[in-house]
Design a protein around this ligand. Sequence first.
Ligand code: C2E
Ligand code: CA
Ligand code: CA
Ligand code: CA
Length: 270
Amino acid sequence: AKKEGKNRFCYFTEALTSNFDYAVNVEKELRSALEEQRFVLFYQAIVSAEDGDVVSYEALLRIEASSLSPVEFIPIAESSGLIVPIGFLIVEEVCRKLNKWRENGVLLKPIAINISAKQLYDNSLVLFIKTCLKRYDLPAYLLEIEVTESVLIENSGYAIQRLEALRAEGISISLDDFGTGYSSLSYLTYMPVDKVKIDKGLKDKFLFLENSAVMKNLISICHDLNLKVVTEGVETEAEYQRLKSFGSDLIQGYYFDKPGPIGDGGKMDP
Ligand code: C2E
Ligand code: CA
Ligand code: CA
Ligand code: CA
């Protein structure tokens, strides 16, 4: 029995060690990507359900010459605090991109960036966003922000104040990943948000089953609260048509557009 216990302990520490090594390696990769300027943004269109026209874009972070996906590196960027400097880069890059597009005569559409709780602990990001918009002479509506409920759970008071401040500037806020995690409807009543992004998982679960009324009613509850609805991860015409009939205002997913780079000289429309 003692031997077995010892073995189990070995497994346990091995697992811990490899998880730890993994995190250390990802953090190293993040630091070298920062130093070598290998962070790039991909953009994915968000379209109007009505006519499929591109309404805005979501900026999604990638690391050049790396096999790591955001699902792997974002959590470690958050726990290591590196998400803070990376976040500044993202704001700067989006403003630079919008400015470049404008110089090239492209009709500008808002770009949404993802912000995590850590990035709202102090006020520096809010200040940086305001400064950046001013420096590039961009109207605030061209920048949108996506946050998850964890922002509220992790630092409710300050986060809400900061989101309110951004919103007062004219920046639209979306509640991301609705239907994952805690996802209480009550968040919708006290988060300063303009849009709700219904997560792919929730859409997959409810769109075509006999309880699809849940999906339909959720969309109408959002509308009652004066919130626009974006449905994420839409991959088929059938999903699109059904969501359109349920009143989802906006659609995002591979069916319309996959995340990719958009050239500075190119049109914003894919
Ligand atoms: P998210 O904010 O929910 O972003 C949507 C994710 O769904 C993206 O994954 C996108 O590529 C993927 N997606 C879009 N359409 C479809 C579809 O039709 N089917 C499927 N299966 N997937 C689709 P991605 O780019 O790998 O990003 C994953 C997550 O990493 C994001 O989820 C977000 O939470 C985080 N993330 C990405 N970029 C950033 C960033 O710049 N800052 C922060 N804080 N988080 C980021
Ligand atoms: Ca998002
Ligand atoms: Ca999402
Ligand atoms: Ca997600």
